[in-house]
Design a protein around this ligand. Structure first.
Ligand code: UDP
Ligand code: MG
Length: 310
């Protein structure tokens, strides 16, 4: 029987930890697999760390990794995968949006299809505002169009992975990881698992707009070079517009003498337009250079300050 780790990143989740643990434990007790839970405390400033330490003290099945500060959700999941020694791992949120009760069915799906990855696809998402649903929908579809890798849409990090995938993941050198994308990129046999995403059990989202944007940017710039073509396309478009404008001026000079003297609006329009095009393309180049800079620094992805039951 294969062993199983459940990887749960936690950031200020004092309101949900106890319930998450309870529901996970109930599910794991019904399985015949040897199992463990790895909680990653991502620099929480509430009672999360203390609560996790108490849970770990009462159960050797629970392991806790604490970060020295808040490094972010993707780094926390990465650490969980790095420290996992089991044959299989499930990645899930601490807030019970991804119901632990689905784990046995995911295990069966993996076995039935001899898959390496069983990824959750959200059929419905309860308790999420229209803005999040709308931006997520646009983002996943846009990324798919721009990227050379095809990603399943409406898929988060909730998934079951096997040792092959874990080992490959641990060899990926990039520091800014867009985990769901990397897992698709890796290949192997991946099967979808449709489920209804529930509302958060308690507390509020730890992904404010700022973090969502950063996350989306890593997905976009690490998986597509198409934004770099933007400069060329915009360049051609500007030349086209410039030529049209030149024709217009010649027309005015020949047929409507004197008209071109009153050119204030058009001059300002041109400055704003070309200024915008140039800043935009410099910005896109800057993004790629910034990412290269981050990778070149070679700093560790996260710093673990404490380990319990490892
Ligand atoms: N999380 C984390 N570090 C962060 C932000 C979030 O470890 O900086 C964890 C969080 O505790 C939760 C999971 O990542 O278990 C997903 O976050 P959340 O549920 O807030 O995101 P949402 O489901 O609203 O997109
Ligand atoms: Mg959540």
């Amino acid at each position: 029987m294969k062993s199983l780790s459940i990887i749960v990143p936690c950031y200020n989740e004092e309101k949900v930890i106890q319930e998450s643990y309870k529901r996970l434990k109930q599910v794991l007790d019904t399985l015949s697999n040897r199992s463990e839970i790895i909680f990653i405390d991502d620099g929480s400033v509430d009672k999360t760390a203390l609560m996790l330490a108490n849970i770990a003290a009462s159960s050797p099945q629970v392991k806790v990794l604490s970060f020295s500060r808040n490094f972010g959700h993707q780094k926390a999941v990465t650490a969980g995968i790095n420290y996992c020694t089991s044959d299989l791992a499930v990645i899930m949120d601490a807030d019970l949006q991804d119901p632990p009760e689905l784990i046995p069915r995911m295990l069966l799906a993996m076995q039935a299809e001899s898959a390496n990855v069983v990824y959750g696809v959200r059929k419905k998402r309860s308790g999420e505002n229209w803005f999040k649903l709308f931006t997520a929908k646009i983002f996943y579809r846009l990324l798919n169009r721009l990227s050379d890798v095809k990603f399943p849409v409406d898929t988060g990090d909730f998934r079951l992975i096997d040792r092959k995938v874990i080992d490959q993941f641990n060899h990926l050198p990039e520091k800014n990881k867009y985990i769901r994308g990397l897992m698709s990129w890796m290949g192997f046999k991946q099967v979808p698992f449709y489920y209804e995403r529930e509302a958060r059990f308690a507390g509020e989202t730890k992904y404010p707009f700022r973090k969502m944007l950063k996350f989306a940017m890593i997905g976009l710039f690490y998986f597509s070079k198409k934004p770099l073509n933007l400069a060329t396309s915009l360049g051609f478009a500007s030349i086209g517009l410039g030529l049209l404008y030149l024709l217009w001026i010649l027309f005015c000079m020949i047929f409507l003498r004197g008209y071109i003297v009153t050119g204030w609006t058009s001059t300002v329009m041109l400055i704003v337009f070309f200024g915008g095009v140039q800043l935009l393309t410099i910005g896109v180049l800057g993004k790629y250079i910034g990412n290269l800079f981050d990778e070149a620094k070679g700093r560790p992805e996260y710093i673990v300050s404490e380990k319990i039951n490892f």
